[in-house]
Design a protein around this ligand. Structure first.
Ligand SMILES: NC(=O)c1ccc[n+]([C@@H]2O[C@H](COP(=O)([O-])OP(=O)(O)OC[C@H]3O[C@@H](n4cnc5c(N)ncnc54)[C@H](OP(=O)(O)O)[C@@H]3O)[C@@H](O)[C@H]2O)c1
Length: 229
């Protein structure tokens, strides 16, 4: 069994590379793409986002389609995948939709220094996992694999993308480009600064391009584990 889940990073960006506006959430995709993302969610065992995304966007991270939920339950799974977040300071609201919606397991990874605080705030609504002295994405991925997660969907934000990509833990990147500009360098970008395994000397492999209405989906194969449809 692989020591980490098959990891798929899914993100929508503006034409100038931003994933939100500086002040608020930005709906970059269209209905056809939201439905495609819903199908991808339904195919995964866990969905992971950073704490800032939980605070700013208040996402539910559930499978929307009843047919897809039914199909998962027929396979003996929860209607929606497990939800996972990570935090270094546990300033998360137990009433956030991440915690209150869906009959699925919710995990919060944090460094050891904040486990006590996180458990006091969140233990009734989530399982708090001690991530060690420093929370590293490789050990987090290994821990998820031990919990039975074979397919992980990473859904933002930029800080989390950066750590998974720079640690070379992503097998597949699904990047949707929306036909808008944000034009504000204070807005969050797809990734932060970092040393990425793909660069001018080592280009990533573009696996497919698909148009969905006014957005385009670019699928990149980032490892030899990449699963073509
Ligand atoms: N367009 C899209 O597809 C998309 C998708 C998702 C999100 N977004 C946008 O992305 C923005 C947020 O992105 P972001 O980069 O600011 O934040 P983020 O990646 O969502 O979350 C960052 C936070 O996660 C926690 N964290 C991350 N790595 C950690 C580590 N190794 N150890 C401990 N804690 C860790 C920290 O939480 P604490 O601060 O609690 O310590 C950190 O501040 C939002 O504006 C959202 O709208 C866009």
């Amino acid at each position: 069994m692989p020591d980490r889940p098959y990891t798929l990073l899914s993100c929508s960006v503006s034409m100038d590379g931003y994933i939100a506006s500086a002040a608020s959430r930005l709906l970059l995709s269209n209905e056809a793409d939201f439905d495609r993302v819903d199908a991808v969610r339904a195919s995964c065992d866990a969905i992971l986002v950073g704490a800032t995304t939980v605070r700013k966007d208040n996402p539910r991270l559930l499978v929307r389609s009843q047919a897809r939920r039914d199909e998962r339950m027929a396979r003996g799974l929860a209607p929606s995948p497990m939800k996972v977040t990570l935090t270094g300071r546990a300033e998360l609201d137990a009433r956030a939709d991440f915690f209150t919606t869906g009959e699925t397991e919710k995990l919060v990874y944090c460094p050891r220094s904040c486990v006590g605080n996180a458990r006091a705030r969140l233990e009734p609504v989530a399982t708090v996992v001690d991530g060690g002295a420093t929370l590293e994405m490789r050990s987090l991925s290994g821990d998820l694999a031990e919990r039975g997660v074979e397919r992980l969907m990473v859904e933002g934000g930029g800080t989390v993308h950066t750590q998974f990509l720079t640690a070379d833990l992503v097998d597949e990147l699904q990047l949707v480009v929306a036909p808008v500009f944000v034009g504000d360098s204070h807005a969050p970008r797809f990734v932060r600064d970092g040393l990425f395994p793909w660069n001018p000397a080592r280009r990533a492999k573009l696996a497919s391009v698909r148009q969905l209405g006014d957005v385009v989906l670019l699928r990149y194969a980032l490892s030899t584990r990449f699963e073509d449809d």
